[in-house]
Design a protein around this ligand. Sequence first.
Ligand SMILES: Cc1cc2nc3c(=O)[nH]c(=O)nc-3n(C[C@H](O)[C@H](O)[C@H](O)COP(=O)(O)OP(=O)(O)OC[C@H]3O[C@@H](n4cnc5c(N)ncnc54)[C@H](O)[C@@H]3O)c2cc1C
Length: 384
Amino acid sequence: MSFSLELSDDQLALKELAHDFSKNEIRPVAAHHDETGEYPWEVIKKAHALGLMNTHIPEAQGGLALSNFEGLLIAEELAWGCTGIGTALEANGLAQAPVILGGTEALKDKYLAPQTETPSMCAYAVTEPGAGSDVQGMKTTAVRKGDKYVLNGSKMWITNAGVADWYFVVALTDPDKKARGGMTAFIVERGWDGVIVGKKEDNMGQRASDTRGLTFENVEVPAENIVGSEGDGWKLAMGAFDHTRPSVAMASVGLARAAMEHAAEYAMERKTFGVPIAAHQSIAFMIAEMAMNIEAGRMLCWKSGALKDAGKRNTMEAAMAKAFCADMAMKVATDAVQVFGGYGFNKEYPVEKLMRDAKIFQIYEGTSQIQRLIISKELFVRNR
Ligand SMILES: Cc1cc2nc3c(=O)[nH]c(=O)nc-3n(C[C@H](O)[C@H](O)[C@H](O)COP(=O)(O)OP(=O)(O)OC[C@H]3O[C@@H](n4cnc5c(N)ncnc54)[C@H](O)[C@@H]3O)c2cc1C
């Protein structure tokens, strides 16, 4: 049997749709949103109308139920346009993933189905001021009172927190157990009493994306808003990453591709010592390295997504894709600035934004260090 990396006609059409959207709707406004930090609602409305958002919502809830792999084709193209806007668009997927994994049909009907009809946002709220990599250090509690839970605590660095209608929140329901089995996941609506949304954070990059803290003060959550069962919080919060890390990694590939294209174009135009700088081997090889690593990164993403679609465990491959592509995008964007010389350091040229935007890929959805921890743990388990 042969092995093929050929995309089907439908997949090619999807990629082209996302690329054209990115070129015509995202790129022209990327600098504006980077400068102002304004949330890209107009882009979101258009992306929603074209079916480029919420693509993994099941058909039963009116969604497209696209495969993980097909989602990757879209993610690369949107990120090629701007990863700040791309993150704003794609963050819904992270909040939806654990609900798709473990939510009841009633919960999916109530919270996912409306998102297929009108553009609306949701957010994944797990990180806390004192618990990022160390999720088990969380302090937010949810105490059962009759048919409700009372939620108290704070979340930090939550993408889309200021614009989301609802949050996927993990809290301790059994603080004595402290760790995994003591965590429960809930859907919490932004409009409920006691939900306090913090100020928009002034971030280094991906500035179109809305990042905020959240505080919960005696928020009453109906028991039917538990995702899965009591004690499933850890499993669902971490399980979601096997679905979303390939896509976040793919977004780093999109950014790196944009940086490489800018660098290659500039290298052929800019002359020093009477020749285009592309004729200097150190510049040409820097761009060759970019191309090599972008291809390698794309293959890791595709493999981790394809494994998920085949119903196989992809935790290690998703972590490999996330770590490799994040580190690769940071290096490619930094080298693109180098290719541009002094112009690379200036906001009039496109690559300094890419360098600022790239950094967050090494931090969110698990830092590059934590991905290596996951890879090594998975390796030891597989080799036992
Ligand atoms: C812009 C932005 C958007 C985000 N969006 C979301 C979101 O939507 N939802 C959400 O829940 N969270 C979100 N996060 C949070 C993000 O996932 C965390 O910031 C990240 O997991 C790191 O946690 P931390 O910031 O607490 O750093 P820490 O965990 O304090 O880590 C600090 C440093 O120590 C290293 N480190 C920590 N532990 C280890 C270890 N065991 N071994 C080796 N090195 C280690 C880390 O790699 C890092 O370099 C977002 C963050 C940002 C900045």
